[in-house]
Ligand binder design. Structure first.
Ligand code: RIB
Length: 312
């Protein structure tokens, strides 16, 4: 294993989030009125890079933006948080990725992503970023960029002894070779059910145990306000999944909370925490991120983190 110049390198998406608050979502063929439009920096990849950097990580991002105003906004936001952008490529003639987001009265969100430049990220970009990917303690992926780029980068990271974290969002089929490198695979209950298919258990512990037995080195099933379940197939005697509680938080907007969780998890894994301890820290970051509007605008510094829930 060589020198690690980065704690966390994210290979992933960069989106402008176009957000409207609604009392309720329209049914097909229906029109509803919403709030003023807000434009925030987002994208699961960029969100994770910013969240990790804000918590103190040396973070880098491998991704693509378009040659437009949204691309500039996102680049500025990432730079302001100190994310290394040496491998954030501007793509002439492509629009920056956009996420159309509605936020309901309970802070819940629905998202449609138009990938734009994100869809142009490929193995050539990974080859250009090889030194950064190989120099990371943890390399983090989601599925808003093409799978060939993810697979190529995971191969580089694995070859260099880096730890691979994959958030299966949005859910899509992934090859067994990639799944076997995940340590952990991070999924919410919907994504877990997608992977497990028909007959999937409903109990999150059973889901985590079944997923851990199906390929990944370890699994984290996130449960929003209810915390997470961790199944670490590599820890001695760790067959039984562990439940992690989340601090209580009043939800204003849950957009990006999962990204804050995963970024915090990556940072603590990079610093040497065991997976359950990293997940306890991550739950505090996820809880902090629901208290404010937007994705990156809601991410905590270490001082903003709520204390761990009592008794843990
Ligand atoms: O996870 C939240 C993110 O998903 C948003 O920022 C949006 O860009 C979509 O990628």
């Amino acid at each position: 294993m060589g020198t690690r110049d980065w704690d966390v390198v994210v290979v992933g998406s960069v989106n402008a989030d176009l957000v409207v608050g609604v009392d309720r979502r329209p049914a097909p063929g229906e029109t509803v009125l919403g709030s003023d439009l807000a434009t925030h920096p987002g994208g699961k990849g960029a969100n994770q890079a910013v969240a990790a950097a804000r918590l103190g990580a040396r973070a880098g991002l491998v991704g693509r933006v378009g040659d437009d105003g949204h691309g500039e906004l996102l680049r500025r936001a990432l730079a302001a948080d100190g994310v290394d952008l040496a491998h954030l490529v501007t793509t002439p003639g492509a629009p920056t990725g956009v996420a159309l987001i509605t936020v309901g009265p309970d802070g819940d969100n629905s998202i449609i992503v138009s990938p734009g430049a994100n869809a142009r990220l490929g193995p050539d970009d990974v080859a250009a970023a090889r030194a950064m990917i190989a120099g990371a303690s943890v390399v983090s992926f989601q599925l808003e960029v093409p799978l060939p780029a993810v697979e190529a980068a995971a191969r580089v990271a694995a070859g260099a002894g880096g730890r691979i974290v994959l958030n299966l969002s949005p859910p899509a089929p992934v090859p067994d070779e990639l799944l076997a490198r995940c340590d952990p695979l991070v999924v919410n209950e919907h994504e877990a059910a997608y992977l497990l298919g028909e007959g999937a258990p409903r109990d999150p512990r059973a889901m985590a145990a079944e997923l851990a037995g199906s390929g990944p080195r370890s699994v984290v099933v996130t449960l929003g306000a209810d915390g997470a379940v961790v199944a670490d197939g590599t820890a001695p005697g760790a067959a039984a999944p562990i439940r992690i509680a989340s601090p209580e938080a009043e939800a204003v907007d849950t957009t990006g909370a999962g990204d804050a969780f995963t970024a915090a998890l990556c940072l603590r894994l990079a610093r040497g925490d065991a997976l359950p301890d990293a997940a306890r820290y991550a739950a505090r970051a996820g809880a902090a991120a629901v208290r404010r509007a937007g994705a990156q605008s809601s991410f905590p510094t270490p001082d903003d983190l709520p204390p761990p829930p009592a008794g843990l």
